[in-house]
Design a binder for this molecule. Structure first.
Ligand code: GDP
Ligand code: MG
Length: 445
């Protein structure tokens, strides 16, 4: 998962609150220390850590929980809110005609992100032009041209030219009729004075609306000074964090945002042209903490199914670690009744990527098929699907009038759900929280 290390230590700190009997000043002090350690270990800048934790501490000690919220939930919420506030630092990138200049050190993902942005704008119906103003790497133009061809966007470049500002000037002239122009620039391994001058010259010619700093999320303490230097040169307006699909600690990213006071606009989540996500601070922090969205999902489910005994029974089963085919069916049916499955799925951490693949009608059809298949099963088979093998599969398929393949698919889905649940239930904290929210009593033996 994204930002594994930081997420884990933040979750542990929060776990101390949710696991405590009561909230007192001493506990808050301890948790603040944990938070500081977690953030520092993730390479977040010291000043920023102090500022953030001071705020959290003040609020945790001073503010009374709002009606309907317990003190623990309140403190967890404060931590969540302050982390979100730190990152929610402005508007998304506007989808309107403009000139965008990318800056960043070598290998951070500038050129790749140019292609991703170009695709995004052209999908919105804008005519887009890309300018290759990296005059230092011999293959820079070819790389951008390849990306441009892939997304059907024109690329302007003057391979061999020694003057980036001139290339940009000519490029803007060439792209007079384009609505959105994106300028790729040179990076270097280090921030040399001539690179900075070159970027200033390009910015002076292009007068870009946005100057986006492209930053590899793996970058640690160096992120602050790097961001600062680029910010002084061109005035960074936004940050694109790349390689979020890797095992980044992510703290550097937080530092860069604080240094430039610019908002994060996009996340690069892979090498492919479509691996690009609009940044959303809420979602980001939820993912980092690994449970925010899950609890709202449970909350929703609870409201929807209050008093539905079947669902409650199934929930209790699940919480107690028993999970039969019937439980799975009841749960699937319940989730399905909640309407667009897509929305629900997108709230589950780690499921966001699946959103596109899930189709409401398809899942309805699948449920109907499952029901028919399950009707052909014996009670024994429903309770313990492990016994369904060989001739039983053929018998069930025959009885249900489906292909044996469909029966296997159902069993496979069951095995997967069971495995996922086991992982979730192995996490005591999460299990406790889910049980509390499900109101399913004390099954945590
Ligand atoms: P530049 O030197 O700043 O222009 O960086 P490039 O765009 O050439 O990217 C450097 C390397 O990082 C290339 O191999 C890219 O495929 C890779 N890359 C860029 N963005 C991402 C990302 O979001 N995830 C992953 N995994 N790789 C990326
Ligand atoms: Mg490049």
């Amino acid at each position: 998962m994204v930002l594994e290390g930081l997420g884990k230590s933040l979750r542990n700190a929060i776990g101390r609150i949710t696991g405590a009997n009561s909230i007192n000043e001493e506990l808050i002090e301890d948790v603040i220390k944990d938070l500081q350690r977690a953030l520092l270990q993730a390479d977040v800048n010291v000043q920023m850590v102090l500022k953030l934790t001071k705020k959290i501490k003040e609020r945790a000690l001073d503010e009374k929980p709002p009606a309907g919220k317990g003190p623990k939930e309140h403190v967890v919420n404060i931590i969540y809110e302050e982390l979100v506030n730190l990152l929610a630092n402005g508007e998304p990138l506007r989808m309107e005609p403009q000139t965008i200049m990318m800056v960043g050190l070598y290998g951070q993902g500038k050129t790749t992100s140019c292609g991703k942005l170009a695709l995004l704008f052209s999908k919105k119906g804008f005519r887009v032009g890309l300018i290759a103003a990296d005059i230092h790497r011999p293959a820079a133009y070819d790389q951008l041209k390849q990306l441009g061809d892939k997304v059907g966007v024109d690329v302007y470049g003057e391979p061999g030219s020694k003057n980036a500002a001139t290339v940009v000037k000519n490029g803007l002239e060439h792209f007079r009729d384009k609505k959105v122009v994106i300028i790729d620039t040179s990076g270097r391994h280090a921030l040399e004075a001539d690179l900075i001058q070159e970027l200033k010259d390009v910015a002076a010619v292009a007068r870009p609306n946005e100057r986006l700093l492209v930053l590899d999320s793996q970058v640690g303490q160096q992120a602050g000074p790097q961001a600062d230097a680029f910010h002084k040169a061109v005035g960074v307006t936004g940050v694109i964090l790349t390689k979020m699909d890797g095992t980044a600690k992510g703290g550097g990213a937080l530092s860069a945002v604080a240094t430039t006071d610019a908002r994060i606009v996009f996340l690069g989540v892979g090498e492919h042209i479509r691996d690009f996500e609009q940044f959303d601070a809420d979602k980001f922090i939820s993912r980092l903490l690994g449970m925010g969205d899950l609890s709202s999902l449970i909350e929703m489910a609870k409201e929807e199914f209050e008093g539905n005994e079947e669902v409650e029974d199934a929930s209790k089963h699940i919480m107690s670690g028993r999970f039969t085919l019937k439980d799975m069916y009841t749960q699937m049916e319940a989730v399905n009744k909640m309407g667009p499955l897509k929305k629900v799925m997108s709230m589950i951490p780690g499921m966001n990527k699946m959103e596109d693949k899930i189709n409401y009608e398809e899942s309805q059809a699948k449920l109907r098929r499952y029901r028919v298949i399950m009707d052909s099963m014996t009670d024994e088979e429903m309770e313990d699907p492990r016994v369904i093998k060989g001739s039983r599969i053929v018998r069930i398929a025959y009885g249900a009038g489906v292909d044996p393949h469909d029966v296997r698919e159902l069993i496979k889905q069951y095995a997967q759900s069971k495995k996922a649940l086991k992982g979730m239930m192995g996490n005591r904290k999460m299990r406790k929280q889910m049980m509390k929210q499900m109101g399913s009593g004390d099954l945590d033996t």
